[in-house]
Write a protein that binds this ligand. Structure first.
Ligand SMILES: Cc1cc2nc3c(=O)[nH]c(=O)nc-3n(C[C@H](O)[C@H](O)[C@H](O)COP(=O)(O)OP(=O)(O)OC[C@H]3O[C@@H](n4cnc5c(N)ncnc54)[C@H](O)[C@@H]3O)c2cc1C
Length: 492
């Protein structure tokens, strides 16, 4: 009889979830352990959402290889798992003559990496693609695009779940024991134990801690924060393409850029700042000011008054602050610890690369376990790729006549209906925090940032799902929405 799982993945970010889905194509008993209350709450939801083309990475590196491959896989993947993506192209802008050699270097590098359609544009051609952009010339990469980052992670996870992968949420791995007769015993902070033949470390910012638990000492993650300034979707259409400055080689990121999101917001960022704490997601007034300035530098007419919020993400860097820049991804099948597949330093372009990293990891798993097809595998995630508000009027009327919950708006800014909230709450992973609902239904993403819909969602959770106020969680166990009563008396 089989003991425990065939494969266990630590980390429910986009990489862990892509691996889970890839493995679910095969007849394997797979589990994924995530310390948070849902998948994709770490770096995977806190990034630019850019599908990189592959111009920025040195030929021959793993980053270049998995980025270009991941980019190619993205259209079919997003169609199958019903995630929004758009190929909007990217311009890397030369502000002055000094930047021109960088554009030619990136073009040559991209061509060696196999990036299609690269072209140097003069100012007139550049402004035809993006009116008003400041600069003298640009490198155009048509295969660059945008994707909903948390949507991608959730889509991969839910499809993997439907194909048989077990998700253990709210479970933090605290120790790993290598068993003498093969495999691993994993212990969680909760006291739960789990046995597995093959163990995959996809713990992002904590990949080095997981390494140490397995007896690997050589990696250290240096957290490097990037902050963003978010503009309202009222400006949808202002930015036609991704707008990046020509990068500096010592920059730990790709420079502060302008990114339209798949839902029509505009992101300005990210900054790059080494920090002490791995999950310190603070945003600072000083950096917000510099983001506004950098945004104006690229597009002088951009209206900053439509600011709705800020957020930050943290890069899991393998290069210390005194070295800066970037190092290559680590994706290795450890020969010294049989069955331990280790991923470390998966910073940008990890979102784009996730489907290709998953293919690589699958072939490593194939060196340990037989890969027989899962005859029940379905690549298609259930549900509609569209929000109700995006449907034609006739279809909306039809849906409302069949189900009145489509006729009740819960989130006024994003026009999200009660049925969409119910569908989000009933997600296959069983995640029920406000952020889980927001990432699935888009409630609270608009101008009022949840002021209108949050009490209404609370009511749905109470009336229809029987949750008590103490169980209403914003994001994680440490962020309850209600901590006690302000006054006694019946709640109406
Ligand atoms: C500011 C910024 C901008 C970026 N922009 C882009 C972009 O535009 N395009 C692009 O391609 N890439 C981009 N990236 C990179 C991309 O976001 C990451 O490479 C990718 O999200 C990494 O995914 P992951 O699954 O490896 O890590 P994560 O998303 O960090 O997932 C790791 C998971 O492991 C869990 N975990 C950790 N320790 C434990 C434990 N002990 N037990 C259980 N679970 C644990 C964590 O909770 C987390 O959910 C950006 C990154 C940043 C920070």
């Amino acid at each position: 009889m089989k003991k425990g799982y065939d494969v266990t993945i630590i980390g429910g970010g986009v990489v862990g979830c892509a691996i889970a889905r890839e493995l679910s194509r095969y007849d394997l008993f797979v589990s994924l352990i995530e310390k948070e209350s849902d998948v994709g709450l770490g770096t995977s939801s806190r990034n630019s959402g850019v599908i990189h083309s592959g111009i920025n990475y040195k030929p021959g590196t793993l980053r270049a290889k998995v980025d270009v491959r991941g980019n190619k896989l993205m259209d079919k993947l997003c169609r199958d798992i019903k995630v929004k993506m758009k190929r909007i192209g990217k311009i890397t802008v030369a502000k002055d003559e000094k930047d021109i050699p960088t554009l030619y270097r990136l073009k040559e590098q991209g061509e060696v990496n196999g990036v299609p359609g690269l072209k140097i544009l003069d100012q007139k051609e550049m402004r035809k693609i993006q009116p008003g952009v400041s600069g003298i010339s640009a490198l155009y990469s048509p295969s660059s695009g945008i994707v909903c980052p948390y949507g991608l992670t959730i889509g991969l996870a839910e499809n993997a779940h439907d194909n048989g992968v077990h998700f253990h949420l709210c479970q933090e791995v605290s120790s790993i024991e290598t068993l003498t007769d093969g495999g691993f015993m994993i212990r969680m902070k909760s006291g739960t134990r789990l046995q597995t033949q093959v163990l995959i470390n996809a713990a992002g910012l904590f990949a080095d801690s997981i390494c140490r638990m397995a007896g690997i000492e050589e990696y250290r993650i240096y957290p490097c924060r990037g902050e963003y300034y978010v503009l309202d979707k009222r400006l949808n259409g202002t930015i036609k393409t991704l707008i990046y400055p020509a990068p500096r080689t010592d920059d730990p990121g790709l420079g502060i850029h302008l990114t339209p999101t798949v839902d029509g917001n505009i992101l300005i960022g990210p900054s790059a700042e080494y920090i002490e704490e791995h999950e310190d997601y603070a945003c600072t007034a000083e950096i917000m000011k510099s983001l506004r300035e950098e945004g104006h530098n690229l597009l002088p007419d951009l209206q900053m008054s439509d600011f709705i919020r800020n957020f930050s993400g943290v890069r899991p860097k393998l290069t210390p602050p005194e070295v800066g820049g970037n190092s290559d991804f680590v994706i290795e099948d450890r020969r010294d610890i049989n069955g331990f597949i280790n991923l470390a330093g998966i910073e940008s372009p990890g979102l784009t690369s996730a489907p290709a990293i998953a293919e690589m990891v699958l072939s490593m798993v194939g060196d340990h376990l037989p890969l027989r097809p899962n005859v029940h595998f379905s690549p298609d995630r259930k549900g509609s790729p569209f929000f109700f508000s995006e449907l034609p009027e006739e279809e909306k009327k039809q849906l409302i006549s069949e189900n009145p919950n489509y006729g009740e708006i819960i989130c006024r800014c994003e026009k999200i209906t009660k049925q969409e909230i119910l569908d989000a709450i009933n997600n296959p992973l069983g995640a029920r925090t406000f952020v889980s609902i927001k990432y699935r239904a888009r409630s609270g993403m608009g101008r009022c940032q949840g002021g209108f819909c949050m009490p209404r969602i609370t009511k749905i959770l109470r009336d229809e799902f029987g949750l008590s106020p103490e169980e209403f969680i914003l994001r994680s166990r440490t962020s309850p929405l209600f901590v006690g009563k302000v006054r006694e008396g019946d709640q109406k």
